[in-house]
Design a protein around this ligand. Structure first.
Ligand code: DGY
Length: 320
């Protein structure tokens, strides 16, 4: 029995971290991903001290209320924590840890992949190649639009938003941003701040969503209508920020020329109409999916649990 305590994992531990997890904790590891109720059941039966979950596992207030009183920390292997009712956990004295920083670059890279895929009609061209290059595009067929030099508006200028801005500057894209608070001059650089989303939208040839989930729908029908006609829309943040019916209508009318999406209102059962449209480029929520990043994320989640069970307060704990 580990002196640190007992950890229940909601899914099998990735091979590179398995030895460490088992050496550090009395670790209960399932053979397949578990549902929330199963995790609660095991944690209760085993009088667990900690739980390790991922993005797909909802921990609402009613789930948190059913956790045994032995639980001191829940770590999620994601930077987003909109699947966890953090105030409910804090009210019970449970520390919640996430995985900031380590996935910033991988997610910003995916964001640029979405942008380029949407702008250059990658889905249509990949489908053509998958079908054996049966469509022979003429000189003026299958054309995308240029990304270089287009104005990008970023909603949510946190770590990932700023990493997207850095990459977009490499494409000589002027950067606008909307954030709850204006950044300090060193973080802001040459980006132009807009205190309201509505005031920024008319200037965004590319609109980039990089804000955290859990704040309701940001991109409503009215707001899509405020973009310049033919804007490109990119979302690697959360599907819950977007009215998908409104997005589909905007894609059909050409108000939004194309969209690159890694996230959806419902995952994995996303709205199939999005894929039926030729002007979308879709990925299955792979923002952080690199070997390096997923290894670092899992390691950071374990660091957080180790710190809490060792009597400390980790830097990746979400502050009340
Ligand atoms: C997260 O970790 O919250 C991201 O959605 C991963 O892509």
């Amino acid at each position: 029995m580990s002196p640190l305590g007992r950890l229940v994992c909601s899914a099998p531990i990735p091979a590179p971290l398995r030895d460490r997890a088992h050496a550090t904790f009395d670790c209960i590891e399932p053979g397949k991903p578990l549902r929330t109720d199963e995790v609660i059941e095991i944690a209760t039966a085993q009088r667990a001290d900690a739980i390790l979950v991922s993005l797909g596992m909802l921990l609402r207030a009613d789930h948190i209320a059913r956790l045994p009183e032995t639980i001191r920390v829940v770590a999620t292997t994601s930077v987003g924590f909109d699947h966890i009712d953090v105030p409910a956990a804090h009210a019970r004295g449970i520390v919640i840890c996430n995985t900031p920083d380590v996935l910033t670059d991988a997610t910003a890279d995916t964001h640029m992949l979405l942008l380029l895929g949407a702008a250059r009609r990658a889905k249509e061209h990949v489908r053509n190649m998958d079908g054996g290059w049966k469509i022979r595009n003429g000189f003026f067929e299958g054309l995308g639009v240029e990304v270089t030099g287009k104005t990008m508006g970023i909603v949510g200028m946190g770590r990932i938003g700023r990493a997207v801005a850095d990459r977009a500057r490499g494409f000589r894209m002027p950067i606008l941003y909307h954030n709850r608070t204006r950044l300090s001059p060193d973080l802001e650089g040459d980006a132009r701040y807009f205190p309201t989303l509505e005031s920024m939208l008319p200037y965004c040839q590319v609109l980039s969503l990089n804000a955290p989930g859990g704040q309701g729908v940001l991109m409503t029908r009215n707001r899509f209508a405020m973009l310049p006609h033919g804007a490109i829309f990119v979302n690697s943040a959360r599907g819950s920020l977007v009215d998908e019916d409104a997005l589909i209508d905007a894609l059909k009318s050409g108000q939004v020329a194309s969209a690159g999406l890694d996230v959806f209102e419902k995952e994995p059962n996303f709205d199939a109409r999005l894929n039926e449209l030729a002007n979308t480029f879709l990925l299955p929520h792979i923002g952080s999916a690199t070997v390096e990043t997923r290894t670092a994320m899992f390691g950071l989640a374990i660091d957080g649990i180790e710190a809490v069970l060792g009597g400390g307060y980790p830097s990746n704990a979400i502050r009340p």
